[in-house]
Design a protein around this ligand. Structure first.
Ligand SMILES: Cc1cc2nc3c(=O)[nH]c(=O)nc-3n(C[C@H](O)[C@H](O)[C@H](O)COP(=O)(O)O)c2cc1C
Length: 167
């Protein structure tokens, strides 16, 4: 007996949805905050710019994310855009637990954890928390930002990949 395909409420098959959306290349960020126990960071690909005036960005966090619970308390977060060669940090911060940031080289910038050598960095205040199905959309007001020289790593078809220029 073959298993029935899993369908969402809308009728779309979840496997089709996953196969379709994994073809959309996305940035690899580690979103951080400074909790009472120290720094906490989570790998997040659902990051995008939203508005220039006021300067807004958004990240989408799973309802069960520990980072989301911490952001509700701290009201602040940083977005660390990982660069080529920082894939291991992306894997490490995709785990659970309060100690996952222990092996990451970081420093405090604008009162938030900044990972060494990232391609770009933003410091944000939580402006809004909006429902987004099994995720919460966290809207951040950008208070500071900085860019590095390294190229970003991207997530595409379930793999970390580096950008190649089109000649
Ligand atoms: C490449 C990649 C992208 C991810 N993107 C997201 C994301 O956009 N939102 C999210 O909630 N989890 C995302 N995750 C999963 C979280 O990193 C993972 O569930 C993590 O354990 C959550 O940690 P936390 O509970 O400490 O927040 C991603 C994982 C990987 C490997």
């Amino acid at each position: 007996m073959s298993a029935l395909p899993l369908r969402s409420e809308s009728g779309v098959e979840l496997e089709d949805l996953r196969e379709t959306l994994c073809r959309v290349p996305s940035p690899v960020t580690v979103v951080t905050t400074l909790a009472s126990h120290g720094p906490h960071g989570t790998t997040v690909s659902a990051f995008t710019s939203l508005s220039a005036d006021p300067p807004l960005v958004l990240v989408a966090l799973d309802n069960s994310s520990d980072l989301l619970a911490l952001l509700r308390e701290t009201g602040r977060f940083a977005v660390n855009l990982l660069g080529a060669g920082q894939e291991e940090i992306g894997r490490t911060c995709a785990r659970k637990g309060p100690e996952k940031f222990a092996s990451v080289a970081w420093s405090l910038d604008d009162g938030l954890p900044r990972i060494e050598g990232v391609a770009a960095w933003l410091s944000c205040e939580v402006q809004d928390l909006l429902p987004g199905g099994d995720h919460v959309i966290v809207v951040g007001l950008v208070k500071a930002c900085d860019s590095g020289e390294t190229e970003p790593v991207v997530f595409h078809r379930r793999r970390f990949q580096e950008l190649a220029p089109v000649e």
